[in-house]
Structure formats: C-alpha cells, structure tokens
Design a protein around this ligand. Sequence first.
Ligand SMILES: NC(=O)c1ccc[n+]([C@@H]2O[C@H](COP(=O)([O-])OP(=O)(O)OC[C@H]3O[C@@H](n4cnc5c(N)ncnc54)[C@H](O)[C@@H]3O)[C@@H](O)[C@H]2O)c1
Ligand SMILES: N[C@@H](CCO)C(=O)O
Length: 347
Amino acid sequence: MTEYKIALVGFGGVNRGLARLVAERNAAWQRELGFSLKIVGVTDLFLGSLIDRDGLDAAQLADLPAIKGAFATLPGGTAEAFNEAVIKQSGADLIAEATFTNPVDGEPAATFCRWALESGKHVVTTNKGPIALHGAELKALARRNGVAFEYEGAVMSGTPVIRMARQTLPGAGIVGFEGILNGTSNYVLTRMEEGLGFDAAVAKAQELGYAEADPTADVEGHDVRLKVVILANELLDAHLSVSDVACSGISALTPADLAQAREEGARWKLIGSAQRQADGSVSARVEARKLDLGHPLAGITGATNALAFNTELLGAVTLSGPGAGRIETAFALLSDIVALHATHGRQ
Ligand SMILES: NC(=O)c1ccc[n+]([C@@H]2O[C@H](COP(=O)([O-])OP(=O)(O)OC[C@H]3O[C@@H](n4cnc5c(N)ncnc54)[C@H](O)[C@@H]3O)[C@@H](O)[C@H]2O)c1
Ligand SMILES: N[C@@H](CCO)C(=O)O
C-alpha cells in the first residue's frame, strides 16, 4: 500500500475540495486505488501556512474558516505563507499547486512547480498559467528529475479531456477542435437568457466557485485562450504562444442580443477553437459565436463545458462534462494522482 505525503499550495476552493475528499474518501482510495494521501503541509497567501510531517487533520483543514491568517489558529501554524518551506521541507513527495492563474507570466505558480520538480517531488496542478506559458520547460524538468507533472484539471476541470484524447485518440488524426471551455462565461450566458443581469450572473458564478480571482479573465476570453494554447500544444503538436491566439469575450453581449438570437433559432456561446492548416501550421482563436440551435454545442448550458475534436477517421468526437467547480476540480487532482501512481507508484 502506498501513502503519498502531499503538500497543498494555495488553499482556495480547489485544494480545500481536495482536503474534503481526503477527509471523506481516503479509506476507500486505499481499497480501490491502492494509495492514500497524508497532508503534511499547506500554504496560502491569505491563510498562512502549516507543516506537520505526521499528517494534518484533513477534515479540520477543510472546515477552517476562510479568515486572514487562519492557519495561525492551529498548533504550529503561522499567518505567513512560507511557500518555499512547505514545498521543500514538509517531507512531501507530491505537491498540489492550486494558486491563482496568472495569464501574463504564469508566476509565481511556475516557480512553485520548479521548486517542487527540482527537489524530486511530483506536481499536480489545476493552474493554467504554468502550463500554457512554461509547459515545455516544466515537462522537461519533470522528466530530468524522474517525477510526474500532471495538469488534467487545467482545461475542463474534472472532465478528462487531455487524458481521454492522449489515451484513446492516437491514430485517429486530430486536426482541430472547437469547444465551450469556460464554465463561468457559459453559466453567465445561460443565466442571462433566463433574465438575470450580467453583473448578478457573474457574482453568482463567483459564489459557486467557478470564476477566476479576477472574473474578467473568464468573460473576456483570456481563460479560454490559455486552455486553447494548452490543448493545441498537447494534442495538435502546435507551438502556440498566448499572443498567437486572437481573443474576444462575451462582455459586449446584451440581453437584447441574446433574445434576438433566440428569435432567430440560435444561441451565443464563447467558443475556443484550433485548426491545422494545409501548410501544417495551427491557427487558433477565442470568440463569441452565434450558433444555430441544432449545433452540438448550442445545447450546453450552465457551467458545463464541451469539446468537439475534429478527427480524420471518426469525424467529430464530442466530450462534455463539468468545466468548473471546487469538488469537480479537486477530482481532477485526484485523477492526476491516479495517473502518476500508475507510472511512478512502484519506483
Ligand atoms: N475553481 C474552478 O472551478 C477551477 C477549475 C479549473 C482550474 N482552476 C484553477 O485552479 C486554481 C485554483 O482555483 P480555486 O478555485 O481554488 O481558486 P481560489 O481563488 O479559490 O484559490 C486560490 C488560492 O490561492 C491562494 N494564493 C494565491 N496566490 C498565492 C501565492 N503566491 N502563494 C500562496 N497562495 C496563493 C489564494 O490566497 C487563494 O486562497 C486556479 O489557478 C484556477 O484557475 C479552477
Ligand atoms: N474560471 C474557470 C475555472 C475552470 O478553469 C471557468 O469558469 O471555467
């Protein structure tokens, strides 16, 4: 039986969700997955940090009030976030990185990943910044250090889009994709169609844990742009940078635009897409599109995401599932740990 010692970096919705899952399901994981998790460290800019090599109480962590410096109220805790110490000195062999996505340079999350990988620790992350902006470097660093770097949750939360394509579509000839890749903006469009105002719908998405720390990234398409870069580079072997992807969002759409679309038998959706061109290059974009109601993506509502792969042998292969949410995204971290257990668990 394997016990992974895990440190949580960033303790917002996602890693708190993981702590909740550890509290409730560790015993079942031992039986069903062949491993359990022991949380030995946790650090957060707002809450502080805490290390216990013998293991922290996951239920107590999950229930901790979200007040500034809250870790200082627990034995051995501090109000300061000692990120480097938690990553390097907590005795963890696995780091779950879930701090804010920085769409400009991926920092400081990319540095957290480097610290962990250089110290021979596996990394699982839901943070799009390090992967979209430093993915090749971090994957190479993981390989050099003989550890895993997994990031399934960065694109469609718990819905296994990267692994599904990598494991089941080789040979099918993926030549492009288009999809709804942001739960918040799809939720906002759905609620606006029901009559809620834009600001109220964004506030509700924040309350439900779907939105980025700055929801501008959701509604202006910046979040989808990072996901399109990740998918195109992973699955189309593109070498795209964020600046290669033209991007616009949904903030200019009014209730009247949505109502007009309904009268025309259509719906507005924020679509991220990429396509291999005849010369072998890959072009990609993010934009609001008015889709006929018969389009497979037109019926995707709320925080659900969907992605249609365009393949040479199968035509369109479409996957849909939750695109955001605390527990849903914590599951993505678990799925990454299952994957690394399969590849590195017996070393
Ligand atoms: N919530 C979702 O549905 C979802 C889905 C997929 C991916 N993601 C990504 O996962 C990550 C975490 O999401 P979340 O919903 O938990 O976000 P969140 O805003 O709830 O939590 C992030 C936490 O990170 C902490 N943090 C920020 N900078 C830090 C730093 N420098 N050092 C230590 N702690 C720091 C913050 O204090 C906060 O508590 C984000 O990158 C997000 O884009 C979220
Ligand atoms: N804010 C993102 C989280 C998932 O990456 C969304 O709403 O899709």
